[in-house]
Design a protein around this ligand. Structure first.
Ligand code: UDP
Length: 371
């Protein structure tokens, strides 16, 4: 079998690329070492509920063309992400907004909230934030940082906030209106029927081989069923350091472990996402999947999310974009730039904390440059 592209990884990047390449008359063979398509956006139906198997995925974008693009493949519902944070026996709305401040300080007006935060920030005397802790403190003051950021962030990244880059926290908006919408984006929603259907549609008419490990295929020159394959180019969406056998040293990733269970109750926590922001609770959040699609099923499915360091054998989820890793990644990226027949894409291939819309944007840009 002869293909124009071997696409390694059937996630959003690979599927978008394959869909567009096919439209332009190119042939792709998409392989994935897992036994299913859709990468980490994979959803699986259980008891009528679409379970986000590799963690909650909420589509949001401000790019109208990307919104229109994904809407070709699915109808999106009007879900708005409004997580709730539990700290000890207190409960707060996220993102940090007037509901949060009102609960925290017993105040009512934006001016009162601004005054309290300004006073706390002033007392800290931080001129130029050097790390996530200083960045967060200088944005939100002491109370919000201590109760809603510090423990959660340390759990998620497995490092003290003083050793994390400031930019992670820029994702958290601070609002002086009573608005619990977590994202600032113009468009938001969950594809009705789950994400897997989107990727299925993208890959319609494309050759896909599952449970197929790229490194084995490369070694053998054949697929696991013995089929010989050749291709002009590779699109690799796995870990870029693994591709190069970690010759400059391994990049760090964070992994997530999910404890998923079905409960014989109709509604467990009343919200899709509840964050546990104190360090002493071992999980970072509990997802109740049915609420992403306003489910009315008689039972419910929840996932407790435990963050851990990535090691070989578990799934990588997040690149750890601190200075050390970014410098190391740059070495791999320089090597990648000199490749004529290999392209790297996606969160793992480009070692970038991409959201879904940015993955699709990057894949479309990649196709445009390639073809
Ligand atoms: N964060 C936090 N408290 C929260 C939720 C998030 O401090 O209750 C911070 C934390 O530093 C985290 C970052 O915001 O690493 C991004 O979290 P988010 O849940 O938005 O990212 P996701 O894991 O969903 O990509």
């Amino acid at each position: 079998m002869k293909y124009d592209y071997l696409v390694v990884g059937a996630g959003l990047f690979g599927a978008t690329f394959a869909y567009e390449a096919k439209k332009k008359g190119k042939t792709c063979l998409v392989i994935d070492k897992r036994d299913h398509i859709a990468g980490n956006v994979y959803t699986k139906e259980q008891s009528g509920i679409n379970v986000h198997v590799y963690g909650a995925h909420i589509f949001h974008t401000s790019n109208k063309s990307i919104w229109d693009y994904v809407n070709q493949f699915a109808e999106f519902n009007n879900y708005i992400n409004s997580p709730v944070a539990v700290y000890k026996d207190e409960l707060y709305n996220l993102p940090f907004n007037m509901n949060t401040f009102s609960k925290m300080w017993g105040i009512r007006t934006p001016q009162e909230a601004k005054d309290i935060i300004a006073k706390q920030i002033e007392d800290l005397h931080i001129t130029e934030p050097k790390n996530l802790e200083e960045q967060a403190l200088s944005l939100v003051g002491t109370d919000v940082y201590e109760k809603l950021i510090k423990g959660y962030t340390q759990k998620q990244w497995g490092r003290p906030c003083t050793e994390l880059p400031a930019f992670i926290i820029r994702r958290l908006p601070l609002r002086f209106i009573y608005d619990n919408n977590y994202f600032n984006d113009r468009y938001q929603g969950i594809p009705m029927g789950g994400y897997t259907k989107i990727v299925e549609k993208m890959l319609e008419g494309v050759d896909v081989k599952l449970s197929e490990d790229f490194f084995d295929v490369k070694k053998r020159g054949k697929l696991s069923d013995g089929t010989e394959v050749s291709y002009d180019k590779i699109l690799f969406t796995g870990q870029i350091d693994e591709y190069y056998e970690s010759k400059f040293g391994p990049l760090e990733y964070r992994s997530v472990r999910f404890e998923t269970e079905e409960l014989q109750v109709e509604n467990y926590q009343g919200n899709a996402v509840v964050n546990y922001t104190e360090y002493e609770v071992p999980y970072t959040r509990i997802i109740e999947h049915k609420h992403f699609e306003f489910g009315q099923q008689p039972t419910t499915i929840i996932s407790k999310e435990y963050s851990s360091e990535w090691k070989p054998g578990v799934e990588p989820y997040y690149p750890v974009n601190n200075e050390k890793n970014n410098a190391l990644y740059q070495k791999y990226a320089d090597l990648a730039a000199s490749e004529k027949n290999v392209i790297f894409g996606g969160r793992l291939g480009q070692y970038k904390y991409y959201d879904m819309d940015k993955v699709i944007e990057a894949a479309l840009a990649c196709v445009a440059e390639e073809l």
